[in-house]
Design a protein around this ligand. Structure first.
Ligand code: PLP
Length: 350
């Protein structure tokens, strides 16, 4: 394999002179800051937010580095994973020229972001067991294929993608392989961050929106080689993570123990739902899950979706999605919420 980052990059990105913010140019402590046109008097809040935040989010990266075992220089922080996704298109894919491969059914933003950026999307649907169709993927790759998106554990099917298959793609594709590990904390499979040193074409994405319980803060992460992270840094909006979010995330990252407790509890509840749901008359199949949700095949997906809504329980109707026909995607809730779900489903007249 011959991976060459420079040849993958768009010409305009190679030539780009990045925005240089006031805080990029000056490092250290000064007495008077008159460089960034901030409001020097203060903020209309008890705590002041009148200064621009750290553009490189160093404190967050240091803590993440310790937790994930990845150098801070190999971490990019985005305004949600969605920003990490969009920036990869902007860096590597020429609109109307390049293409990317996705493996449906999968997370919808890879496609939406491709459409926003006017990038051709090629689809290699998963096999019936929700694993990669490597032979089909191979036929789709050409010299204009820049990215392959793999979601593991996959949304909405919940399964992890076989590690050996992901490595097969990494070993045989000269473009960038993005592995979205949004649900990795709930998985029995290990993270691919441990393979970053082996694969210069690997980008691993994670998020604080799931196991970490911080979806409202919007914080996504991409782990990759320093060269790829430098590309991210070159094109990102200068202050993409607010000061308030940086402060809260730095605090949250001290509480790994609490997060591990929540993960344990959610996995326990997932197992309970995996046992209890198949006992119900409405349920035809519960697919195995490595995530905090279950794909559940039911007798009348639309009818049950609407019935649950009428009972003030919102789930996701995936019945029109390829390979998910007749299925609902149900997030694992608290024990009480899961009881309410099971009770409501029990009462549904088939
Ligand atoms: C696979 C996957 N990736 C990314 C995201 C979004 O993550 P974020 O909240 O960090 O934008 C989701 C959200 O549902 C997801 O399912």
């Amino acid at each position: 394999m011959s991976f060459d980052l420079n040849s993958l990059l768009r010409e305009n990105i190679k030539a780009l002179v990045p925005y240089s913010s006031a805080r990029d140019e000056f490092h250290g402590e000064a007495k008077v800051y008159l460089d960034a046109n901030e409001n020097s008097i203060g903020s209309p809040l008890l705590k002041w937010y009148n200064r621009y935040p750290d553009p490189q989010q160093q404190k967050i990266k240091e803590k993440l580095s310790a937790i994930k075992g990845v150098s801070p220089k190999q971490i990019f922080i985005g305004n949600g994973s969605d920003e990490c996704i969009d920036l990869l298109y902007r860096a590597f894919c020429n609109p109307g020229v390049d293409n990317v491969i996705i493996c449906p059914p999968t997370y919808g933003m890879y496609e939406v972001s491709a459409n926003i950026n006017d990038i051709e999307l090629r689809k290699a649907p998963l096999l019936d067991d929700f694993q990669l169709n490597l032979a089909h993927m191979e036929t789709l790759v050409d010299e204009r294929t820049k990215l392959i998106w793999i979601c593991s554990p996959n949304n909405p099917t919940g399964n992890s993608i076989n590690l050996a298959d992901i490595e097969m793609v990494l070993n045989n594709f000269d473009g960038i392989v993005v592995v979205d590990e949004a649900y990795i904390n709930f998985s029995r499979q290990r993270s691919l961050v441990t393979l970053l040193a082996d694969y210069p074409n690997l980008v691993v994405m994670q998020t604080l929106s799931k196991a970490w319980g911080l979806a409202g803060l919007r914080l996504g992460m991409a782990f990759a080689s320093e060269e790829i992270i430098n590309v991210y840094n070159k094109i990102k909006p200068p202050y993409n993570i607010s000061e308030a979010v940086q402060e809260l995330v730095v605090k949250a990252l001290d509480n790994v123990e609490d997060v591990n407790e929540m993960i344990k509890e959610l996995v326990k509840e997932r197992k309970r739902l995996e046992t209890e749901l198949p006992k119900l008359a409405v349920v035809e199949k519960v697919y195995p899950s490595d995530a905090n949700f279950l794909l559940v095949k039911v007798v009348d997906a639309r009818g049950i979706y609407e019935y649950l809504l009428a009972n003030q329980i919102v789930v996701r109707d995936r019945s029109k999605v390829l390979l998910c026909e007749g299925s609902l995607r149900i997030t694992v809730g608290t024990a009480k919420e899961n009881d309410e779900l099971l009770n409501a489903l029990q009462k549904f007249i088939v």
